[in-house]
Design a protein around this ligand. Sequence first.
Ligand code: GUN
Length: 279
Amino acid sequence: MATIIDGKKISTEIKDELKEQVKILKEKNIEVCLCVIQVGADPASTIYVNNKKKACEYVGIKSLSYELGEDTSQDELLELINKLNKQNDVHGILVQLPLPKHIDEDKIIDAISPNKDVDGFHPQSVGRLSIGKKGFVSCTPAGIVQLLKRYNISMEGKECVVVGRSNIVGKPMAMLMLRENATVTVCHSRTKNLSEVTRRADILIVAIGKPKFITNEHVKEGAVVIDVGMHRNENKKLCGDVDYDEVIDKVSAITPVPGGVGPMTIAMLMYNCVESALM
Ligand code: GUN
């Protein structure tokens, strides 16, 4: 029987640990504070932002919300970020992506102080991760490492295959697994004989953004499968990048969708905010 990796449970565990740390910081007169900036009113972004604010409330982190109009200029947004960069009582700055087309996302990410880059998207954070220095790590891959560790799934010496090479998940995931002494392969849309490569994986991380893309033929018997995808099928039911029902009898452990990787992303955002306040 496969282990169903319970991300909801582990994320609550982490948030409860953070709650304690936030309380201790409060006793030292440090109130952990995250600024959440949303430009425009994309409905999906509003749901994500609300979930982040709810998590802050649960953990005891103060969240300051900046809901800016769709027509906000790049300079106005940069000005707000510069102001928040200088405020000592602000520990994290998060600009919800995507931004409206007239704003250059890279310029905005670059403007956030690396000391407050709780998303881990700043080039300095990415660079520090790749040379093994301390810094903020992108929340989804950091959450996956926590899931594996808390289920006592060691990465050391294992064949780990990442499907997807995004800056937010695939690439930092590969770096984190290298740091854990795994042998890492990164696959993507141009990889030849994908199933041959993925079948080598002891641990298979899938972040390709295509519903039920990974099937029986891609998975080795007894593999651990981590599914980063989140899609709604024709019946409005949520599914991941992995065909769960097809692989469930073959794997040794798997994350479900929903309730697997998803809740971990926000838990790690809370973790990064607390780390920032501790710095
Ligand atoms: N949009 C979708 N996911 C994320 C995220 O993790 N951080 C930010 N800033 N924007 C997002």
